[in-house]
Design a protein around this ligand. Structure first.
Ligand SMILES: Nc1ncnc2c1ncn2[C@@H]1O[C@H](COP(=O)(O)OP(=O)(O)OP(=O)(O)O)[C@@H](O)[C@H]1O
Ligand SMILES: [Mg+2]
Length: 172
């Protein structure tokens, strides 16, 4: 079989995974966290209950941040400081963020966004302008799946940052 060419700098790096339990989703988050660094933006999409917050919980564990990640339903964003010397995790629920980026900057998060890992649920059309490099994670349930714990996850790394970031290590 022909070996696929390495993606060009601005081509998207994309992987697809099948996840079969909430624990496995969390484990994916813990493993993905090892690839993340300050300034990264991760956008999570998927219907209600898809597993966006479950994945973020794993990210928080993998990053070693303080506080349990929960659904930020009554706040727009929550900052989880690092317990070590890593970046803080800023977990955003953009559902009620009408104004996009400007509103994000007005939140007075007491943290510098370029120094943080930012994870946004429901951010489509609202936070893309934060950075042109971003990781888009789409989670969906397969129609007609016999078990309701199966999720299909597509991770798409956009921009130079993700071209050589090692996303493919998550498939192993
Ligand atoms: N494979 C799976 N991955 C993640 N969660 C799963 C999986 N199978 C079942 N679940 C269950 O689905 C629910 C996912 O909830 P979660 O809060 O993570 O979703 P969400 O996408 O953040 O929803 P919302 O849009 O309301 O924020 C949990 O109750 C979890 O136990
Ligand atoms: Mg959620």
């Amino acid at each position: 079989m022909e070996r696929p060419a390495a993606p060009a700098a601005h081509e998207a790096a994309e992987i697809r995974l099948t996840i079969t339990s909430p624990e496995q989703m969390r484990e994916l988050g813990r493993r993905l966290a090892k690839l993340l660094r300050a300034g990264d933006l991760v956008m999570l999409s998927g219907e209600l209950g898809a597993g966006k917050t479950t994945l973020t919980r794993g990210l928080g564990e993998g990053l070693g941040v303080r506080g349990a990640v929960t659904s930020p339903t009554f706040v727009i964003a929550r900052v989880h400081p690092s317990l070590g010397d890593g970046p803080p995790l800023v977990h955003v629920d953009a559902y009620r963020l009408a104004g996009g980026l400007d509103e994000m900057e007005d939140l007075d998060l007491d943290v510098s966004l370029p120094d943080s890992v930012i994870v946004v649920e429901w951010g489509e059309g609202k936070v893309e302008e934060l950075t042109e490099d971003r990781l888009q994670v789409v989670i969906h349930r397969a129609v007609g799946d016999t078990t309701d714990e199966v999720r299909h996850v597509t991770l798409t790394g956009l921009g130079e940052r993700w071209a050589e970031a090692g996303l493919e290590t998550l498939t192993g």
